[in-house]
Design a protein around this ligand. Structure first.
Ligand code: FMN
Length: 456
């Protein structure tokens, strides 16, 4: 399988004409890309956008690559209806990466005095942002002791030709690897890779066991080893088919103001771990594409983690509760804080038991609602109906105080301490409960035909 972004985009455009839009109109890097994505979103349109005419640059910018569930399904090579089950299954089929030599990103290498981030078309997204941000940067680093690789997206504020402010606020592997390196007085070598096949992003967000590297997860998604290649100036392997690779190190013992940035919460955020990355080299393919991810609550930004949470929750809950019907991590909860899970109850207490399992999957989750399998979790009004008619607060709530949460959640403390609430909105198991209103399916088909005829 081709592991580069271009092949994916080309095939996607062929399969879904109209879902790849080439923009030849001149666009400015200050706000134009985000404004266009916002207008398309208002029209419920989420095509991949290739901006070919960026003022002041000859490198095109691609964005919205992971802005729809359809794109996730296409990356996995399945129909949208199979996306969840395929993603969850492949997430745990780890395959080790393979090293290839002469990756395309070695075509142009800028080192030392030649390093200059302003040569890249790095956008500023919202008027309130602290400056230009690299948003689709896949940061790769190694565990200081075991050498196992991790990769994840982390916002990068450009502060000078070779200086970047970086926020590791999700406080997962990268945060821990940097903490370990710093405790030994060492900088953490890191690479920022831009322009990747969506499966590399989808694997980077996963929660594998500690001994499994994220590259192994990506291999499982590809169903073949991820091809990786050595960097030029640091001792690190990165995905071989990246368009642009920025090599550097996260400095030990240095913290510097970073932000504000229009975050996934829908707010400008000043909260940051305030790390600093010094750039040693910029490497790129011949005529590279620069990948951008729109910021704020744009689906490009929040959908990847929302869908990942859905499949990780499904996998975790299914280990204990056999009949999980569906999981939805809605964008109304920033695709991060809220989860709706429907189950078919077979034993008393299952709905309550599912709540802490869901919280255990991801520390950002803070509102979990468990419903019966007759409720469509993708229809938020149905979930609210279940809350209204099946919940008794003194019986069905689970509250956990002072738990690990998201630093960027403005209602949490500066350190990200948060309370969590779980709601058992399932009918009491084994007790009589009124029947949900249902119309016979045949009558509904008949009614559809009649309404079509009478022009309703
Ligand atoms: C588009 C996007 C942007 C993200 N931005 C950040 C960020 O700025 N800082 C951060 O710590 N996590 C961010 N995340 C979440 C991390 O990328 C994610 O939790 C990742 O798995 C962490 O990798 P790690 O385990 O190597 O730390 C972002 C995720 C996405 C999808």
């Amino acid at each position: 399988m081709r592991q580069d972004l271009r092949s994916f985009v080309e095939e996607y455009g062929k399969r879904y004409p109209g879902e790849l839009v080439r923009v030849t109109e001149p666009v400015d890097l200050r706000f134009d890309l985000q404004a266009i994505a916002l207008e398309l979103e208002r029209r419920r349109r989420f095509p991949i956008l290739l901006f070919e005419n960026v003022v002041g640059h000859d490198i095109p910018v691609i964005c919205n690559v992971m802005a729809s569930r359809r794109a996730f399904a296409a990356a996995l090579g399945v129909e949208e209806a199979q996306m969840h089950s395929e993603y969850s299954r492949r997430l745990t089929e780890y395959i080790k990466p393979v090293v290839v030599q002469d990756p395309p990103f070695r075509h142009t290498i800028m080192k030392g005095d030649r390093v200059d981030l302003s040569r890249l078309p790095i956008p500023t997204y919202f008027p309130g942002d602290g400056g230009p941000y690299i948003t689709a940067g896949m940061i790769v680093a190694k565990h200081p002791d075991t050498g196992g690789e991790t990769e994840g997206y982390h916002r990068c504020q450009v502060k000078g030709r070779d200086r970047i402010g970086i926020s590791l606020h999700s406080r997962r592997r990268m945060f821990e690897y940097q903490r370990l390196a710093e405790a030994r007085g060492r900088n953490l070598e890191a690479a920022i890779v831009l322009g990747l096949h969506p499966l590399i992003g989808m694997g980077s967000l996963a929660y594998p066991p500690p001994e499994i590297s994220k590259f192994q997860v990506v291999g499982g998604l590809f169903r073949e080893p991820l091809q990786i290649a050595p960097c030029e100036t640091i001792d690190l392997m990165v995905p071989a088919w990246g368009e642009i690779v920025i090599e550097g190190e996260i400095l030990a013992g240095v913290r510097e103001k970073e932000g504000p940035f229009g975050e996934f919460t829908g707010y400008f955020s000043r909260r940051s771990t305030e790390h600093v990355l010094m750039v040693r080299a910029i490497c790129m393919r011949e005529r590279p594409w620069y990948q951008s991810i729109n910021s704020g609550r744009a689906p490009d930004h929040i959908l990847p983690l929302g869908v990942l949470r859905e499949v990780e929750i499904r996998n975790a809950v299914s280990r204990v509760i056999p009949n999980v019907k569906a999981v939805h991590v809605p964008t109304s909860g920033c695709a991060a804080f809220t989860a709706f899970v429907s189950i078919k109850q077979t034993r008393p207490g299952e709905a309550k038991h599912a709540i802490p399992i869901v919280f255990g999957v991801d520390h950002y989750l803070k509102l979990v609602v468990i419903v019966d399998d007759d409720v469509d979790v993708f229809d938020e009004s149905e979930v609210l109906w279940a809350l209204a008619t099946r919940v008794q607060a003194d019986r069905d709530l689970v509250v956990i105080s002072g738990s690990l949460g998201a630093i960027l959640d403005p209602s949490a403390t500066e350190q990200g301490l948060t309370a969590k609430i779980g709601i058992d909105a399932a009918r009491p198991f084994g007790q009589s409960f009124p029947e949900k209103l249902l119309m016979s399916p045949e009558k509904l088909v008949w009614a559809r035909e009649v309404v079509d005829r009478i022009g309703g």
